[in-house]
Design a binder for this molecule. Structure first.
Ligand code: AHG
Ligand code: MN
Ligand code: MN
Length: 344
């Protein structure tokens, strides 16, 4: 499909999806219905987030999730919303949530479709009570096993290169949905007065190089040497690279990623050795790193674990973690120079 251009700004996301569908030969509407169910789920979560301070959805739910993290009430609410809306679409054969240990089966009353979705229902949970931007992240695959059965691990453990779509929503100063189905990246802003996402950021491309770096400096003591050298170079190498880098770190991956996507820059969550249970760092491959890697590559950027391209990683289990270095291509390449010893 021809990329939306400036004159398309303001069309609804439904129009955009239907235009996409009309221009995709043989499209049946299944993919469009799946995306529309995702859009509805995000509108519902936005409504719950917007009034979180007024109803009893702030704070902890009192449970620990499969990640070993304290579950926030909004985590649970967002998780239930995405499951319910995607299951009812009749377009998925199974779901994998950051919040649940195993593959989520689709209730028997719904037909099974040919897609599966990995999702982080609420990203940045530690920021909920402080009213800092949070988000939802999703990653879409086609099933590869026989369609008459429930999906199985073979469907769930596909490398990121097999994604057919991915995106995120930020519940922030405005509610923005950014996603790609493989023909570039588009951003839609929710107009709450009409309840519609309208095209606001057509054909997003990330700058080749930025001036922002995002990393939790509190973990400095636990980083590998190349990461320490890279960050030191960013901060003290001005005489060499003549760029004054600015540190920006919100602590919500979607917020840090979105800012760097638009402005340029690099986000790093390297392996931090402080937690022997998480030698590969904190971020999840399937519901955080892969979908954002899909987006950044569609926008002209790069995403690596330091050892390999994120989307080439062969997943071994559904909650696998990975170091994530993602953003402007020139910045990620310089990081790679430090990892591979091309810079001292
Ligand atoms: P989630 O809330 O889905 O568990 O994700 C939180 C992640 C991510 O949003 C963010 O980049 C990272 O945690 C921040 O971790 P630190 O607080 O360790 O920096
Ligand atoms: Mn997350
Ligand atoms: Mn989460």
């Amino acid at each position: 499909m021809a990329e939306p251009s400036q004159e398309n700004v303001g069309i609804t996301i439904s129009n955009h999806l239907l235009l996409n569908q009309q221009l995709s030969t043989g499209a049946t509407g299944s993919y469009t219905r799946l995306l529309q169910a995702l859009v509805l789920a995000c509108k519902i979560i936005q409504r719950d987030v917007a009034k979180a301070g007024l109803v009893d959805v702030l704070g902890r739910a009192g449970t620990i999730n499969v990640q070993g993290e304290e579950v926030q009430k909004l985590d649970e609410l967002a998780n239930t919303t995405v499951k319910r809306r995607l299951s009812a679409s009749g377009e998925v054969c199974g779901l994998i949530s950051e919040e649940e240990a195993d593959i989520i089966e689709i209730p028997r009353q719904y037909p099974r479709g040919n897609y599966l979705v990995h999702f982080d229902p609420l990203d940045g949970s530690s920021n909920i009570d402080a009213n800092v931007s949070i988000g939802t992240i999703f990653s879409i695959y086609r099933r590869i096993t026989e369609s008459t059965n429930d999906m199985d691990l073979q469907d769930a453990l596909q490398p990121g290169v097999q994604q057919i779509g991915a995106g995120y929503v930020i519940y922030g100063s405005s509610c923005i949905l950014v996603f790609s189905t493989g023909q570039g990246v588009n951003g839609f802003t929710l107009d709450p007065s009409i309840g519609e996402f309208l095209l606001s950021h057509p054909n997003i491309k990330t700058p080749a190089k930025g001036k922002i770096y995002s990393i939790n400096e509190g973990n400095y003591g636990y980083w590998d040497e190349p990461t320490k050298k890279y960050i030191d170079w960013l901060k003290h190498g001005y005489s060499e690279h003549k760029t004054h880098y600015t540190a920006r770190y919100v602590g919500s991956l979607v917020a840090d990623f979105h800012r760097n996507l638009l402005y340029g820059g690099i986000f790093l969550y390297p392996a931090d050795l402080k937690d022997p249970k998480k030698p590969q760092g904190k971020l999840r491959l399937m519901c955080e790193a892969n979908p954002l890697a899909y987006i950044i590559e569609q926008a002209g950027g790069l995403a690596t674990s330091g050892r390999e391209r994120i989307m080439d990683i062969e997943p071994r289990y559904i909650h696998q973690r990975t170091p994530l270095i993602i953003g402007s291509p020139d910045d990620v390449k310089i990081y790679q120079d430090f990892v591979e010893g091309r810079r001292p």
